[in-house]
Design a protein around this ligand. Structure first.
Ligand code: NAP
Length: 329
């Protein structure tokens, strides 16, 4: 079977290669074997390839934070999924044609769900959901400000916030995105930059914004902090700039801004297995009905992983890059 291996940590499309490896074999009593139908290339996967991610396993290492699969075989002690079921895997190393994993890591998805959207359900949808719920108890009508608003997470924040009656102020670096994000449910869109506070105040008519979401980091975190009301919360959950957050201490000392960090795994770990399955059941149903979706720019076969990775690192994409290891969907 084919798998993507890193032979070193470094420039992602140079160090990743599609290689032939032995099949995963039959499942043990408490294991599930599934065929990987599709996986996206996320910023965290790029970080994994460079060696800058929090996980840096010994080489050769296989990336792949998420995927959608179809169950091929289950062990004698597995009851919650059966061959043919669609599943996501809560463990990594998913850039492969086939996976054999412990049954507790396999979460079933509704039959008939769009496979491309299902490939992206494990990480970004719950991230958007929990960013909106785990920090500030927002009431309908309140504003949230976020940067990288056109990212997959950003778009999901827009859609989920709309459903809760929240208003989103969306910060991007290209004005051409405004109509698209507005159609998605964005209440206001502004360009990032030194005078973000002025534009934010104009767009919200001076509303008090209690939650700011940041995945650019560097000076951008400080700009979000400057837009949030006194005693408000800024949550940094990514670093597309590759920098650490820079926030003037006056925001903490004089204005009482709270700066916190979010990592999906850490916030999921606060919940039990029943609660986690309930989150994915809800998100899976939303994706099945089309209420939640993320755009896809291009789909590659696993043999073209280097081109897929290079494409995923380009700015101004029109959505995610997906890979279909077992042929077109
Ligand atoms: N902490 C967690 O648990 C967690 C979970 C999921 C995701 N994340 C993070 O969330 C962020 C978004 O992930 P995603 O999968 O939604 O991303 P994505 O769909 O691949 O989109 C990437 C976004 O980053 C923007 N971008 C790229 N480089 C930038 C820069 N130097 N300055 C400003 N913006 C830049 C792009 O804007 P253009 O379109 O203008 O190029 C685009 O909006 C990432 O940082 C990711 O690591 C964190």
């Amino acid at each position: 079977m084919k798998r993507v291996d890193l032979h070193a940590y470094g420039v992602p499309h140079e160090v990743a290669a599609c290689v032939e490896v032995p099949d995963v074999g039959s499942p043990g009593a408490l294991e599930v074997v599934f065929d990987v139908l599709a996986f996206p290339i996320n910023p965290a996967d790029i970080g994994f390839c460079t060696g800058n991610y929090r996980l840096r396993p010994p080489l050769p290492a296989t990336p792949g934070a998420e995927c959608v699969g179809r169950v091929a075989a289950v062990g004698s002690g597995v009851a919650h999924v059966k061959p043919g079921d669609l599943v996501i895997n809560l463990q990594r190393e998913n850039w492969a044609q086939r996976r054999r994993v412990g049954m507790d890591d396999v979460v079933p998805l509704p039959a008939g769900i769009d496979l491309k959207q299902a490939a992206m359900v494990r990480i970004n949808p719950p991230t958007a959901l929990l960013l909106l719920s785990d920090f500030v108890d927002l009431k309908p009508g309140e504003w949230v400000i976020q940067n990288v608003a056109n990212s997959a997470v950003g778009r999901l924040v827009i859609m989920l916030a709309k459903r809760r009656g929240l208003r989103t102020l969306n910060v991007v670096r290209r004005e051409s995105l405004f109509p698209e994000l507005t159609a998605l449910g964005a209440d206001a869109c502004v360009l990032d930059g030194p005078d973000l506070t002025v534009r934010a105040a104009a767009a919200t008519h001076g509303a008090k914004i209690r939650l700011g979401l940041d995945a650019v980091s560097g000076a951008a975190t400080g700009r979000i902090a400057a837009c949030v009301t006194d005693e408000g919360h800024v949550v940094t959950y990514g670093s597309m700039s590759g920098e650490d957050p820079h926030v003037d201490r006056s925001h903490f000392v004089y204005r009482g801004i709270n700066l916190g960090g979010f990592m999906l795994g850490r916030h999921m770990a606060r919940r039990n297995a029943t609660a986690i399955r309930a989150i994915y059941a809800e998100l899976g149903a939303d994706i099945q009905t089309g209420r939640l979706h993320a755009p896809i720019d291009r789909i590659y076969p696993i043999e073209e992983i280097k081109a897929a990775i290079a494409h995923a690192q380009q700015g101004s994409r029109n959505g995610k890059i997906l890979v279909t290891p077992n042929g077109p969907l």
